[in-house]
Every structure is written in structure tokens, then in C-alpha cells.
Design a protein around this ligand. Structure first.
Ligand SMILES: [Cu+2]
Length: 65
């Protein structure tokens, strides 16, 4: 489980984009969203660095916390 801070994730559209981006890497990934804190927790077989890179590429810079 890796927690990322994603400051630009502000609405449902952002949430959907983040979800799609991670599921494109790993369809079995489990994602918990905290929209208030703008954080996600990801349980995935994908490397945290790969998840982070994909999110950056999708326009949502993410920092592991
Ligand atoms: Cu949004």
C-alpha cells in the first residue's frame, strides 16, 4: 500500500482520471480516495514509481507520503 498526495485532484473528473490511469497500469489495483486531503492509497502489484510516473503523465503530479 502506497499513499500519494495529489494536490491537483479536486473533483470527480480528476478522481475518474486518476482511477483510469492506475487501472490502465494494473486493472486489479485497489484505490482508496480521500478527496478532502487530496490523497490516494493504492494497493497494486505495480511499482509505486510506475504509478507515480503514470499520474504525472496524466497531468496529476503525485508525491508518495
Ligand atoms: Cu477535477
Amino acid at each position: 500500500m502506497t499513499t500519494f498526495s495529489i494536490p491537483d485532484m479536486s473533483c470527480g473528473h480528476c478522481k475518474a482520471t486518476v482511477e483510469q490511469t492506475i487501472h490502465a497500469l494494473d486493472p486489479a489495483a485497489e484505490i482508496e480516495f480521500d478527496m478532502t486531503a487530496r490523497r490516494i492509497s493504492v494497493k497494486s502489484s505495480a511499482e509505486a514509481a510506475s504509478v507515480q510516473a503514470a499520474l504525472v503523465e496524466a497531468g496529476y503530479p503525485a508525491t508518495p507520503v
